[in-house]
Design a protein around this ligand. Structure first.
Ligand code: BYC
Length: 339
C-alpha cells in the first residue's frame, strides 16, 4: 500500500477513536485494504490487513516453506549415488537451492509476525502440512529427473502467478524462487532426456519414474475447485490468481508436448486433445489416495517427519552458536547471524 493511503487510513482510524467508538473501528482500514487489493497494489508488512488475510498467508507460506525443506529429502537420497561428478554437483546445488527457498519463505512468514521456531514446531508436531508429493519414495536415479521435470514443473506452474500475489514479501520471494525452479525443471528434463535416449534399460527406468510421479504431480495443485476450501477467498484477496483446476489443466497442457519430445508416455489412457475446449482432457485423479497421504498414510510420511525432527535436533548447537554470536555482537533479537 502506498504511504499516502496508509496515512489517510491511520487518520480515519484515529477519527473513529475520537468519535468515542467503544470497539476499535476498522472499517476505514478495511476500505483502504480492499481498495489497495483492487488496484493491484502490494500489501506490505506494516500495512493494516484483516486477521483472516494474515492467517491465510501464514498458512499458505508455512506450508510452502515446509514443502521446500521436506522436499530436500527425496532427492538428497541420491546425492551419494549420482552417476557422475557432474550430476552429483548439480544435484547438490539443487537440494541446497530448496533449503534457500525455505529460508526466503520462513522470512516472508516472519514479516507477518510468525517466527520460524513456531512454524517448525507446527511442522514437527503435524499441525501444519507440507506438499503431498514429498511422501513418495525415490526408487531409482531416474526419479531425480522425474522430480525435476514434473515436480518442479508443477511448482513453477503454481508459483509463477504467486509472483503477483497481493502480499509484497511473498510475491518478491516467489520471483527468485521461480527463477531457480526453472533451472531445476530444465535439469530434470535434460536428465530424463539422456536416460530416454540411452540404453533400453535406461529408457525403461525413465518411463517407470514418469509412470510413478505423474499422478502425484497432478495432486500437487490441491483438491478440485468444488472441494477447495480456501480458493475463493484467496483469489478474492489476490493471494491466489488461478484456481487449482485451472493450474492443473495448464500443467497437463504443458507436459504433453514435452513428454513427446522426451520420447516418454504419460500414464493416462484418457489423455487426449479436446479441440472444442482447446485443452487436453485427462483421466480421473485418485482423490482417495490424495486424502490418505494428507492424513499421514503415504508411503514416506513417517520417515520424512522423523528425518526432519532428527535434522532439527542435530542442528540445535548451530542455532545456539548463531544466537550466542549474535548476542556477543549486539545483534540479539534481530535474527542477524552473519559471521
Ligand atoms: N499437499 O483449499 P485448498 C516445491 C491442503 S513444492 C498437501 O485448495 P489452498 C518444491 C491445503 O493446504 C510445492 N496439502 O488450499 C520443493 C488445505 O489444508 P489446510 C509447494 C495440500 O491453500 C522442493 C487443504 O488441502 N508449493 O516447490 O487454497 C523440490 C484444502 O486445499 C495440497 C506450494 O506450497 C497438497 N498438494 O491451495 C521441488 C505453493 N493441496 O491448510 C519442488 C503454494 C492442498 O486447510 N501453495 N492441500 O489444512 C499453494 O498454492 C496452495 O496452498 C495450494 C493449496 C495450491 C497447494
Amino acid at each position: 500500500m502506498v504511504e499516502g493511503d496508509r496515512m489517510a487510513t491511520a487518520a480515519a482510524h484515529r477519527t473513529a477513536h475520537a468519535d468515542g467508538a467503544a470497539q476499535e473501528d476498522t472499517s476505514a482500514f478495511q476500505a483502504a485494504f480492499d481498495a489497495a487489493v483492487a488496484a493491484e497494489e502490494r500489501i506490505e508488512p506494516r500495512d493494516w490487513m484483516p486477521d483472516a488475510y494474515r492467517a491465510t498467508l501464514v498458512r499458505q507460506i508455512a506450508q510452502h516453506a515446509h514443502s521446500e525443506i521436506i522436499g530436500m529429502q527425496p532427492e538428497a537420497n541420491w546425492i551419494t549415488r549420482a552417476p557422475s561428478l557432474r550430476r552429483k554437483a548439480i544435484l547438490m546445488a539443487k537440494v541446497q537451492d530448496e533449503a534457500g527457498h525455505g529460508l526466503y519463505l520462513y522470512s516472508a512468514a516472519e514479516t507477518l509476525g510468525t517466527g520460524r521456531d513456531e512454524l517448525l514446531d507446527k511442522l514437527h508436531t503435524g499441525r501444519q502440512k507440507y506438499s503431498s508429493i514429498f511422501n513418495y519414495p525415490t526408487l531409482t536415479w531416474a526419479d531425480v529427473g522425474a522430480i525435476g521435470w514434473l515436480v518442479d514443473g508443477a511448482a513453477i506452474t503454481n508459483q509463477v502467478p504467486l509472483c503477483r500475489c497481493s502480499y509484497g514479501p511473498y510475491a518478491r520471494a516467489m520471483v527468485r524462487i521461480c527463477k531457480e525452479e526453472s533451472f531445476h525443471q530444465r535439469q530434470g528434463y535434460e536428465l530424463l532426456l539422456s536416460l530416454s535416449r540411452g540404453t533400453a534399460e535406461q529408457h525403461a527406468m525413465a518411463q517407470d519414474a514418469v509412470d510413478r510421479w505423474w499422478w502425484p504431480s497432478l495432486m500437487m495443485f490441491g483438491p478440485p475447485d468444488d472441494e477447495s476450501a480456501h480458493s475463493a477467498q484467496s483469489m478474492a484477496w489476490k493471494i491466489k490468481r488461478h484456481s487449482n483446476d485451472e493450474l492443473r489443466q495448464r500443467f497437463v497442457d504443458i507436459c504433453v508436448p514435452q513428454a513427446e519430445s522426451l520420447g516418454l508416455t504419460l500414464p493416462d489412457p484418457a489423455l487426449v486433445w479436446n479441440e472444442e475446449r482447446g485443452h487436453h482432457d485427462f483421466g480421473p485423479i485418485d482423490w482417495t489416495e490424495f486424502h490418505d497421504v494428507l492424513k499421514g498414510n503415504g508411503p514416506c510420511n513417517d520417515q520424512r517427519i522423523a528425518r526432519r525432527r532428527q535434522a532439527h535436533d542435530e542442528g540445535a548447537w548451530v542455532r545456539e552458536a548463531a544466537a550466542a554470536h549474535a548476542a556477543k555482537h549486539g545483534n540479539a533479537g534481530t535474527g542477524a547471524t552473519h559471521a
